[in-house]
Ligand binder design. Structure first.
Ligand code: DC
Length: 232
């Protein structure tokens, strides 16, 4: 039996949560996965992991062939973390914090713009579709990776609100950055992610679009749970 089908042969349900960085999709997806007892795929972590490995191995970020080889190698050997084993390990090293840096996000956004790289990561992402269900978060989960998802959520917020959230996260970690610089970085990354030819960041036609600029996380979770309740 193929893993993406359940015992009765029906497709394993997927809920996709797409949106730009700082939209809160990661936290909402984790909460949803916990509440439903489903698996969670943070697809951005795969793009970040590939970029991090490329930087470590001095693979140029525009060397398509080398990046595809690296992506294929990673997809054959790497296991994403689970609730029981949450650390992101690469070559015996816990790379969780390194993957969250702005420089890694920047590199991930560059390599993610290459269609061949996206293609090389496609099967790997679909592999996480397992019983009882999957919450998949990213940029193109609803449009490209799981177009047959049971429910597609698109979370967004104004760029300055998303930059401020990032600013506060960094401040809490004792890292002081310039808010104006962060707004410009967020806007530049949005533009790159949404204007690329391969699977650009955009809501699927059948997505439920939620703008959470003026509300807190618990209100967004309520709205998402209502949407889940309507389809499951
Ligand atoms: O969600 P994130 O910030 O961890 O994603 C890091 C980068 O990876 C982001 O700039 C865009 C890219 N990405 C993508 O192109 N497609 C996805 N499904 C997930 C992430």
């Amino acid at each position: 039996m193929h893993a993406s089908r359940n015992q009765s042969g029906a497709a394993v349900p997927v809920i996709t949560v797409d949106g730009p960085s700082g939209s809160g999709k990661g936290t909402i997806s984790q909460c949803l996965a916990e509440k439903l007892g489903w698996h969670h795929l943070d697809s951005g972590a795969l793009y970040r992991l590939l970029a991090y490995a490329a930087l470590q191995q001095a693979v140029p970020l525009d060397d398509v062939d080398a990046l595809v080889q690296l992506a294929t190698r990673l997809s054959e050997t790497y296991q994403l973390p689970t609730r029981e084993h949450p650390a992101i390990m690469l070559g015996g090293e816990d790379v969780g914090l390194a993957l969250r840096t702005e420089s890694c996000a920047e590199a991930a956004s560059k390599t993610a713009a290459l269609p061949e790289v996206r293609q090389a990561l496609l099967a790997w992402q679909r592999h996480y579709r397992r019983v009882p269900g999957l919450i998949a978060d990213g940029r193109d989960m609803g449009t490209t990776v799981f177009p047959d998802a049971t429910l597609k959520i698109y979370l967004t917020a104004r760029p300055e609100v998303r930059a401020e959230r990032r600013y506060n996260q960094l401040k809490n970690k004792g890292i002081v950055v310039d808010l104006g610089d962060l707004v410009r970085e967020v806007e530049a990354r949005d533009l790159r992610d949404s204007s690329r030819k391969a699977s650009p960041l955009m809501p699927a036609e059948d997505a439920v679009i939620l703008d959470n600029s003026d509300q807190d996380e618990s209100r967004t979770l309520e709205q998402v749970l209502q949407a889940v309740h309507d389809v499951l």
